[in-house]
Design a protein around this ligand. Sequence first.
Ligand SMILES: Cc1ncc(COP(=O)(O)O)c(C=O)c1O
Length: 349
Amino acid sequence: MVDIKKLARPHIRELSAYSSARDEYTGKKGIFLDANENPLGSTSRRSYNRYPDPYQKSLKKAIGKLKNISTDKIFLGNGSDEAIDLLIRIFCHPNQDSVIVMPPTFEMYEVAARINQNEVIAVQLTNDFQINLGKVLEDITTNTKIIFICSPNNPTGNSMNRKSILEIVEKFNGIVVIDEAYIDFSRDPGFFDLLEKHNHVVILQTFSKAWGLAGLRLGMAFADKEIIRLLNKVKPPYNVNRSTQSLAMKAIKKAEYKDFMVQQLLAARKILHLELSNLDIVERVYPSDSNFLLVRFKDADKVYRYLLKNQVIVRSRSNVVLCDNALRITVGNEKENIALINTLKNYKA
Ligand SMILES: Cc1ncc(COP(=O)(O)O)c(C=O)c1O
């Protein structure tokens, strides 16, 4: 077991969280004159004149039921981005501590660390986009506080080798963040089971991908109670707004629709993979456990500009390590995927 309290920056450990008006009385009924809200209502018909629940109790209850985890092990944030930022600020001293990232990967880990003036140790993935375990273990220093692992990984699309992750979790006494933003699209069951035995593992998931709610900004972090307590202490009081909380509740009540969308997207991914592989201009379509495909072209920059000109917007990853000449293409709806393929078929090198 890792001593989480000791790992946290001392001033955070000792910080008393801001106590919002809604922390002190949790009942639903009453005359609420405690938060300087507008009692006359709001410009919307909904009760947006009232602050939202700072700890999102009902929503956490629903998520807890869905994921089979107790609510004190759940943190909800304004996207997973918020959890990434808070974890760095809780555990990493500016100008002293470091984090390990494994490029090519989601770039927010590095950006959030740099904002907090932390050293970023980049341990490149192997050529088959797997964790370079030996190098990761070798590069850990006494000041390394967080290791970020993304599985399935963005932008490569593949899942990370379970054995490597287990070894990192066993050997590293800092925080291991496993970002599972794309887990619903994976054959891999993910790493939720690690939470039971390892109090230094944080799993990130999001409503932005499979749930189709990127615009709401709702990210989840699952971890030991002590980590969740620290996250709650540092977060802004009302970090998940009222409409996000209520719309996410609605989505959870229709979770089977999320599963239906995932099935549709997986079927579309398969077709898209095949169609792209058949194009002369494509050198390789990488296998994917995500809702996107990493595609290596003969000349990605030209294809990228051509697609843009035709109002088909994909993500160029050409300048990212191990991704020369690669574009990352999100699986669209049927019409969008057909338009993409037809546009590519009309490309003249
Ligand atoms: C791996 C990964 N994690 C997290 C996010 C961001 O998630 P959220 O929308 O919950 O902030 C993304 C977004 O693209 C991502 O690719």
